[in-house]
Design a protein around this ligand. Structure first.
Ligand code: MV4
Length: 447
């Protein structure tokens, strides 16, 4: 059983997890870096321990500091949130060694999904559709050139240890292959200390659709519908929604069934996400699996009317999935906008500093997940996301309208935010008609 949870994270997700723990009657321990002393997660947790200075590698990424904090406070579980150590197989293994429940999958499962080329092979074996491409990794330039020429250009090279865009290259023709392969390899080596590359046919204007998975440790897994995350800028998601306007009842069932097969193939436990690309002809393909709770989980919570973080924790406390999850109804439409402290007029450069005056929208169907408050100083050390604005309405059209009204009500005095840019997207005719794809933001005009 779990009695006390240490939250190995900061910001809005640390608060989000503390709230779920409180509702489950679990004690909470916050950890914080020296510059986060005045953060809300420190105040709202039952206990708080400083784990080091501002830089992440000396605090939120320091396994010894976090394990010491857990031992000192007798925490019996650690929730890693997203980012930081959430997908570290090493951290999962060290928690196991210390008899601490890691609220995430076992190390071998994290490893099997962390290696994207082998994850793809695993999915292919159990009948999940994958994007045509190399069988596993490419051994050398020559082999890659031959395969790419057989497949036809354009192709995309991806780092097997990557994900989220790093070490990725689109190759348009055979004469550009060698250079692309070598620069992608170098980038992968520098970023992930591994230069394994695999190759796929490059899909034109796909949508990014992901399926939420929840699996208990009695062998049960459910797929809780999809999120559309096609609105991204430089591989950073900006707007997410559920359900996807591109998906009907039949396709949803097929994608959910595929996601469940994928989760079962690796004996998955906990909350996870299977990412797919959906092409313009309606075919979907497995891309990668994220073995953590994601930033955009609230849109699924709103249409499902359930708390995913609570259920994630319960999965790791040996509790079986509730029976309703095998046959749920989605209600209405939910959209999330990520609010970042950055200046859209200055190439989205970070805009840290003090929030002198702060006002958040409210009312029916509006949710704000944030750790900031009036007087809070946004440090320059971490991610620039300072709030998530989530709306829920009966239809997509109403949700977009509600989001526009809500964004226009937000006040963050003292810093710049991406809100004007978000409004520009929400008022775009193609966005409103649902005519979007992963390259959409590159096609729109701002300001
Ligand atoms: C692709 C693709 C087209 N074809 N793979 C980008 C992030 C990484 N997870 C995979 N990505 C892509 N893989 C094939 N075979 C296009 C992208 C892509 C993308 C995907 C999702 C969201 C935004 C994107 C932006 C550019 C490219």
């Amino acid at each position: 059983m779990i009695k006390k949870v240490l939250i190995a994270n900061r910001g809005e997700i640390a608060l989000r997890i503390i709230r779920a723990c409180k509702e489950l009657n679990l004690k909470t321990v916050a950890v914080y870096s020296q510059i986060d002393e005045l953060s809300l997660h420190v105040r709202f947790a039952d206990e708080a321990i400083c784990i080091g200075p501002g830089p992440s590698n000396l605090s939120y990424l320091s396994i010894p500091a976090i394990i010491s904090a857990a031992e000192l406070t007798n925490a019996d579980a650690i929730h890693p949130g997203y980012g930081f150590l959430s997908e570290s197989a090493e951290f999962s293994a060290i928690c196991l060694e210390h008899d601490i429940i890691f609220i995430g999958p076992m190390p071998d499962i994290i490893n099997s999904m962390g290696d994207k080329a082998s994850a793809k092979e695993t999915m292919k074996k159990v009948g999940v559709p994958v994007i045509p491409g190399s069988d596993g990794i490419i051994n050398n330039v020559k082999e890659g050139e031959i395969l790419a020429s057989e497949m036809g250009f354009p192709v995309i090279l991806k780092a097997s240890a990557g994900g989220g865009g790093k070490g990725m290259r689109v190759v348009e023709s055979v004469d550009k292959f060698k250079y692309a392969f070598e620069t992608a390899q170098n980038e992968a080596l520098a970023s992930f200390n591994n230069n394994d590359m695999y190759m796929e046919k490059f899909l034109q204007k796909p949508r990014h659709i992901e399926v939420q998975i929840l699996a208990d440790n009695h062998g049960n897994a459910v797929a809780l519908g999809e999120r559309e995350c096609s609105i991204q800028r430089r591989h950073q998601k900006m707007i997410e929604e559920s359900p996807s306007i591109a998906i009907g009842e039949q396709l949803r069932k097929k994608m959910c069934d595929a996601a469940i097969s994928g989760a079962k193939a690796v004996n998955y436990v906990g909350a996870g996400t299977i990412e797919f690309l959906l092409d313009s002809s309606g075919e979907f393909y497995f891309m990668e699996m994220n073995t953590r709770i994601q930033v955009e989980h609230p849109v699924t919570e709103m249409v499902l009317n359930t708390d995913l973080v609570k259920h994630q924790i319960l999965c790791h406390a040996d509790i079986s999935l509730p029976s309703w999850m095998y046959n749920f109804n989605l209600r209405g439409h939910s959209i999330e906008c990520r609010i970042n402290a950055e200046d859209p007029d200055k190439k989205f450069r970070p805009s840290p500093g003090v929030i002198n005056y702060f006002h958040m929208p409210g009312g029916m169907g509006i949710r704000v997940d944030t750790h900031v408050y009036a007087g809070y100083k946004i440090p320059p050390n971490y991610d620039s996301m300072i709030a998530k604005l989530i709306v829920h309405a009966p239809t997509r059209k109403e949700a977009i309208n509600k989001m526009i009204c809500a964004l226009e009500e937000c006040v963050f005095e003292g810093i710049k935010t991406n809100i004007p840019y978000q409004l520009n997207i929400l008022k775009n005719e193609d966005f409103v008609s649902g005519n979007i794809h992963t390259g959409f933001l590159e096609t729109i005009q701002y300001p």
